[in-house]
Design a protein around this ligand. Structure first.
Ligand SMILES: *[C@@H]1O[C@H](CO)[C@@H](O)[C@H](O)[C@H]1NC(C)=O
Length: 223
């Protein structure tokens, strides 16, 4: 009896509905959706400030947008910039833990190191994320809804605040499958061997021919 009560109490504490919406860190400059990543032209739009955004819908889909600076120890005035985008499905367990399963062919990363080299690296990005738990509350200072995510390492992420409900998300289906015909064409056209490898192992650098972004990039790619 006590066991059953404990189980029900735990189950009741996990309210997935609360997650639904678009959440963003306090810079309020980074949001999931078409203003961050354009899947048609396969390119990013650089936000004005760094930040993180997650969206969840009520049907088990998520999307995330990260724009972060990475400190440059040799020149603190010249950090690197990284943009990452993924979407896919999320599952929440009865204990409140959550796993985000990305669509592997859709995730993208743009790494720009303006003081190191004048190219930016545009690659696929496929990173399954695990969280110990999440909590939605009303922020004592802003009086807006706030989401705290606890990573599997135990670390609590920067708080995010509710920006849109319903969430602002790109279509939740696969946006960039690797068409077999394209694969064949590239393989038979005698392109550089790295590209061939990329189609087999998408974790490696992958060429897209994307033009420069304001992050300071010029052209991209290779191994
Ligand atoms: C994406 O990541 C998952 C989890 O690490 C892995 O199982 C899967 O093979 C990866 N997919 C691709 C296409 O790299």
């Amino acid at each position: 009896m006590i066991f059953l009560w404990a189980f029900l109490a735990t189950a009741a504490a996990v309210n997935v509905e609360e997650l639904v919406g678009t959440w963003t860190t306090k810079s309020k400059q980074v949001f999931t959706g078409p203003d961050f990543y354009d899947p048609l032209n396969d390119r990013f739009f650089e936000p004005n400030l760094t930040g993180i955004s997650y969206s969840f819908d009520g049907e088990g889909h998520y999307e995330e947008a990260f724009y972060r600076a990475i400190a440059n120890p040799t020149d603190p005035s010249c950090p690197s910039g990284i943009m990452q985008w993924q979407h896919g499905t999320y599952t929440v367990s009865a204990d409140g833990s959550m796993v985000l399963h990305p669509i592997a062919s859709d995730g993208r990363q743009l790494l720009s190191q303006p003081c190191v080299q004048d190219t930016a690296f545009y690659t696929r990005y496929n990173n399954t994320e695990k969280f110990k738990g999440f909590s939605v509350s009303v922020d004592a200072y802003n009086h807006v809804q706030r989401l705290d995510l606890q990573q599997s390492t135990g670390e609590i992420m920067h708080p995010m605040y509710l920006a849109y409900r319903p969430p602002k998300m790109l279509p939740t289906n696969t946006l960039n499958p690797i068409p077999t015909s394209k694969k064949k064409r590239e393989l038979s056209s005698g392109l550089h061997v790295v590209i061939k490898e990329e189609l087999i192992n998408p974790d490696r650098w992958w060429w897209f021919g994307v033009l420069a972004t304001s992050l300071g990039g010029a052209a991209f790619f290779f191994s």
